[in-house]
Ligand binder design. Structure first.
Ligand SMILES: NC(=O)C1=CN([C@@H]2O[C@H](COP(=O)(O)OP(=O)(O)OC[C@H]3O[C@@H](n4cnc5c(N)ncnc54)[C@H](OP(=O)(O)O)[C@@H]3O)[C@@H](O)[C@H]2O)C=CC1
Ligand SMILES: O=C(O)[C@@H]1CCC=N1
Length: 276
């Protein structure tokens, strides 16, 4: 963590409503990155099992209800419930969130909707992804009219402790959500599909999965470290007249068209969620 990030985050208390896939991952990531001590990360959820696991793994403070947690007057509140239940949470806590810096990670729910529901709050939207749990995530950030530059900088510093964190326009955040927010599932599907193809070709399932995982990690590390263009990397694997060329001839059109269709579908669903 840089000195600027330390200055922005020092002394902050972050409260997270919802300890599911993302809320739990953010809570764990913040403590494990050293961004905040466990006692400055507050988490609430309906499910006591999820809270107990988080308290044990990350030493965060847990609360059975959001009302009890918000009574602690945290400076930053992360809304990590599903978009479909967010309206009820906003309605319940509009007064409690007066003066707070509120971060919504809900897909599709717009700044306009959030700010209309929370007239006293400073609102920032973030679209993170699941690898924030291992601090290799990626998060898009966009501030509402209610948030100042310092608020956006604070939220960026918070999510920068969990991986890449970039400030962008709200329409770009929605596009980032459809590509990067969903991408952990796209990549996991690739691992599963290749594993199944390996089993079909005669490999043991455990060997195939372990070796595909190791390879995905190696490719990601190489591309990130070198900045090499992915097509140049592909060329280094593709021996002229060899097996990869034959395979890519089949895979590339289906995969590219599939990615375009997948992102279009995610964007269409984002627009539906925005309409409520
Ligand atoms: N999963 C992901 O990879 C990503 C998710 N997001 C966004 O993150 C948000 C959460 O998604 P995700 O983590 O997948 O969902 P989950 O369902 O895994 O987590 C939400 C959690 O919040 C709990 N909850 C619901 N209402 C309340 C409440 N009033 N008070 C306290 N806890 C409550 C739920 O409990 P219960 O199940 O009992 O209702 C659940 O445990 C969504 O808005 C989504 O758009 C953004 C980027 C990536
Ligand atoms: O599936 C979803 O709606 C969330 C948003 C991005 C990833 N998961």
């Amino acid at each position: 963590m840089s000195d600027t990030e330390k200055d922005l985050l020092g002394g902050q208390t972050v409260a997270i409503i919802g300890a599911g896939s993302m809320g739990g991952s953010i809570a764990r990531g913040l403590v494990e990155s050293g961004a905040l001590p466990g006692e400055q990360v507050l988490v609430c959820d309906h499910n006591p099992g999820k809270l107990a696991a988080l308290a044990q793994q990350a030493g965060v403070r847990t609360f059975a209800t959001s009302a009890e947690m918000l009574a602690e007057k945290p400076g930053i509140v992360v809304l990590a419930v599903k978009p479909q239940v967010l309206a009820a949470v906003l309605e319940q806590h509009a007064a409690d969130l007066d003066g707070a810096l509120v971060v919504s990670i809900a897909a599709g729910v717009t700044l306009a909707t959030l700010e209309a529901a929370l007239p006293g709050a400073r609102v920032v939207r973030v679209m993170p992804n699941l690898p924030v749990s291992v601090r290799s995530g990626a998060s898009a950030i966009t501030g509402g009219a209610s948030a100042g530059e310092a608020d956006v900088a604070t939220v960026q510093a918070l999510f920068a402790t969990l991986g890449s964190a970039k400030v962008m326009r709200e329409d770009q955040l929605d596009a980032e959500g459809a590509v990067v927010g969903c991408a952990p599932a796209y990549f996991a599907l690739m691992v599963d599909a290749l594993t199944r193809a390996g089993i079909r070709a005669g490999l043991r399932a455990t060997d195939a999965r372990e070796m595909v995982n190791a390879t995905m990690l190696g490719v990601a590390e190489s591309l990130a470290a070198s900045g090499e263009h992915p097509r140049a990397y592909m060329e280094r694997v593709t021996s002229p007249g060899g097996t990869t060329a034959a395979a890519l001839y089949e895979l590339e059109p289906a995969l590219v068209d599939g990615c375009y269709d997948a992102v279009d579908a995610a964007l269409a669903r984002t627009a539906e969620l925005a309409r409520g």
